[in-house]
Design a protein around this ligand. Structure first.
Ligand SMILES: NC(=O)c1ccc(NCc2ccccc2N2CCOCC2)nc1
Length: 249
């Protein structure tokens, strides 16, 4: 899969491209990230990418033409590799993303991500060039770059071969529609707390059962809304009832 990012701050993306799971995926060519700055698509001597807002008010707005030219150049590069990339704009006004949306994004061949700065972009750019508008959450960032990196990290890690362990459908948080279970590692005892016995038992069926029970219980207690959307089987309901009885003790 291929990401092309339109950004005024390409150096920020070192956070993804220099180290970690995504950097290794890029090195292994399991994904690609290409960066394009609108500044390269200006024609004036000052390389102007922003201007004052019509109607007055604080701040600046990103100009239409450099963004459009950068988007079209990115799409042409992707098309030259046979990838038809749709355009997404990261903004507080966008559709809220969740793991389902990330799975859909990850399944596409490529995306052009537009990272806004200043007060945002000229609305006509959104009308003419943007296919989807996404938000990573109901809060305001100083630029779209971090939001773009969040989306790329979440999507790239789902690609086959990226995450080490074999079971790519690993029950990590939100992929099973549940919150994650607790995790433990050495030392076995820290102060007066030891690791739950079942995890030391070697009984893999009991361990798997315990982990599901913990995931169900924690989801019920912290994010009951997730259980609404997911539904729950009879076996799971029994596990959950036991968990809640224990928690109430
Ligand atoms: N929730 C998100 O996904 C998210 C995404 C981007 C973002 N900021 C970049 C931005 C992009 C578009 C429009 C305005 C802005 N902003 C520019 C700076 O001023 C505030 C408005 N913030 C939060």
């Amino acid at each position: 899969m291929r990401f092309d990012v339109i950004t005024l701050f390409p150096a920020q993306f070192a956070a993804l491209t220099e180290e970690g799971v995504v950097a290794r995926a890029l090195q292994r060519q399991l994904a690609q990230i290409h960066l394009h700055t609108p500044r390269d698509y200006t024609t004036d001597v000052h390389r102007t990418v922003d201007d004052r807002p019509y109607g007055g008010g604080p701040g600046m707005v990103m100009r239409y033409t450099p963004l459009r030219l950068a988007i079209e150049a990115a799409q042409a590069e992707a098309a030259a590799e046979g990838v038809q990339s749709r355009v997404a704009y990261l903004s507080p006004q966008g559709e809220r993303l969740d793991q389902r949306q990330i799975e859909r994004i990850s399944a596409a061949p490529g995306w052009v991500l537009v990272a806004g700065r200043y007060e945002g972009v000229d609305e006509r750019l959104i009308e003419d060039c943007v296919d989807e508008e996404w938000s990573i959450g109901d809060y305001v960032l100083s630029g779209g770059e971090l939001a773009a990196m969040v989306v790329m990290d979440a999507a790239i890690r789902l690609l086959p071969g990226v995450l080490g362990h074999a079971d790519s459908a690993r029950q990590d948080s939100h992929s099973s529609g549940l919150l994650d279970c607790p995790h433990y590692t050495r030392p076995e005892t820290i102060g007066d707390r030891s690791v739950p016995e079942v995890l030391l038992s070697g009984d893999h069926q009991a361990i798997e059962r315990w982990r599901l029970q913990q995931a169900l219980g924690r989801t019920r207690q912290r994010r009951p809304d997730l259980l609404q959307g997911r539904g729950i089987s009879e076996v799971e309901q029994r596990l959950l009832d036991d968990y809640l009885l224990e928690a109430a003790r």
